[in-house]
Design a binder for this molecule. Structure first.
Ligand SMILES: Cc1cc2nc3c(=O)[nH]c(=O)nc-3n(C[C@H](O)[C@H](O)[C@H](O)COP(=O)(O)OP(=O)(O)OC[C@H]3O[C@@H](n4cnc5c(N)ncnc54)[C@H](O)[C@@H]3O)c2cc1C
Length: 408
């Protein structure tokens, strides 16, 4: 792996990354596997892993391992955990090149890399960081997020899953839901209640759960798109060593905040629903159907371009230009802008295709869009609903008062 070099210029890094990616492109692009991005016309707002998903997962893991060994999996990460101490811009160069060169999606790794890993990095012990970050970034293991419960989604601090201390271990019991990629995961970041007598936000702790441990049951949930991206997870007396605690006992709300902040910031990038690949496919669709000549479609095209441009412009703002009253809200703003862009993309595809988006007539690049159009509404919910993002922006960003409690 190349040595740390925090002064490596973006141009030099881009050359190095591009040379490497071109040297392995034959193995991954158009590999003939159903997961090969150019070998399938699937297009999804939420990665669902349809038929042949084992091959897709295998390919994504192999690609991630190759990136890791070449020092390209996590350029901004610390050297002792497989990174190179470079910047987020260096990370973005790799993501952009992977997309431009047509490499297959690694979206099934998103939760582990962008939700679980940041919490371990910021709050984990040195030992947990070294072992788990390396394994996650090399895709030796896949991570999932065990936060939501049937009775705790927006009101996340209300989680009821209990963890009770037993010697050097904790025993976890409860139910989680909407666990993306839970069926593939090796580890899960679980937000649980360790002190029921403490104030709601203070009695929480985060653990890294072995998803193959006795007592863990994962049940897929079928979605309206036809696929299953997420699951119910039952924890029935699951033993977790204290060494797998992320952050202090009672510090779970802060640890969860790190994961949620990173999730919202990074949803707009990589292989997500507004990736360069999705936009290329959309532009090709509009071109193929001659939609730009239609006065109604032209309005929608302009709205789509405006929404994507606004999202990209906001994402490119330097960290220092985001003002706030009590806590940073850039993640919530970016998530709202992304959701709007996804809505416009889905509406444009749905409008230009009409019923062909929903009835498979065998036309290439037509019915494939149904997965995207039907998956788009999920963006209003995943990572915290629109209403919750607006509350965060209003209260933490603008310093407005909390909404009044509803009358009983
Ligand atoms: C594609 C997808 C992937 C997901 N992946 C995961 C995952 O991997 N792990 C995980 O833990 N969770 C995951 N989730 C769950 C997601 O985080 C929750 O669905 C979300 O936080 C909302 O919680 P809820 O579904 O319980 O809705 P509720 O909290 O019951 O909300 C219902 C409605 O009430 C509104 N509402 C609630 N409280 C307020 C308030 N204070 N002010 C105004 N309006 C309010 C909401 O905006 C919403 O419209 C995923 C969800 C989706 C759609």
């Amino acid at each position: 792996m190349p040595s740390d070099n925090d002064s490596l210029s973006l141009d030099a890094f881009q050359d190095e990354a591009e040379r490497f990616l071109r040297s392995i492109a034959d193995e991954f692009v158009d590999a003939g596997l159903s997961g090969g991005r150019r070998a399938s016309d699937r297009i999804a707002a939420v990665e669902e892993l349809g038929e042949g998903h084992e091959l897709q997962v295998k390919q994504a893991r192999e690609l991630q391992a190759r990136l890791f060994d070449a020092g390209l999996a996590w350029p901004s990460g610390p050297a002792d955990c497989g990174g190179r101490g470079l910047t987020r811009e260096h990370d973005q160069i790799v993501e952009r090149l992977l997309s431009d060169l047509g490499f297959p999606s690694r979206e099934m790794l998103f939760v582990g890399l962008h939700i679980v890993a940041p919490a371990i990095d910021a709050h984990g012990t040195a030992e947990l960081r070294r072992r788990m970050l390396t394994a996650l970034y090399r895709a030796d293991i896949i991570g999932c997020q065990l936060f939501s419960e049937p009775g705790a989604g927006s009101d996340l601090a209300g989680v009821a899953t209990r963890a009770v201390r037993d010697g050097d271990d904790w025993i976890l019991t409860g139910q989680k839901v909407w666990t993306s990629m839970g069926h593939l995961a090796d580890v899960g970041e679980a937000l649980v209640r360790t002190d029921p007598s403490a104030p709601k936000h203070g009695g929480l702790t985060v653990f890294l759960v072995d998803m193959h441990a006795p007592g863990v049951t994962v049940r897929p949930i079928r979605q309206m798109t036809g696929g299953s991206a997420f699951n119910e997870v039952f924890l029935d007396g699951v033993r977790v060593p204290d060494s797998h605690r992320i952050g202090g006992v009672g510090d779970g709300w802060r640890v969860a905040g790190t994961s949620l902040g990173s999730e919202r910031e990074t949803m707009i990038g990589g292989d997500g629903p507004v990736s360069p690949y999705v936009l290329e496919r959309l532009a090709a669709l509009v071109e193929r159907l001659g939609a730009a000549g239609d006065p109604v479609h032209r309005q929608r095209i302009a709205r789509t371009v405006a929404a994507v441009t606004a999202m990209r412009a906001a994402a490119a703002l330097p960290e220092t230009s985001w003002g706030h009253r009590t806590a940073p809200v850039s993640g919530s703003v970016l998530k709202m802008l992304m959701t709007r862009a996804v809505d416009e993309i889905a509406a444009l595809a749905g409008e230009v295709l009409g019923e062909r988006a929903f009835a498979d007539g065998g036309e290439p690049d037509a019915y494939a869009w149904s997965e995207f159009v039907l998956g788009a509404p999920a963006m209003h919910i995943a990572g915290g609903t629109d209403e919750i993002q607006l509350n965060i922006i209003a209260q933490r960003g603008l310093g407005l008062p909390r909404p009044p409690k509803p009358l009983n």
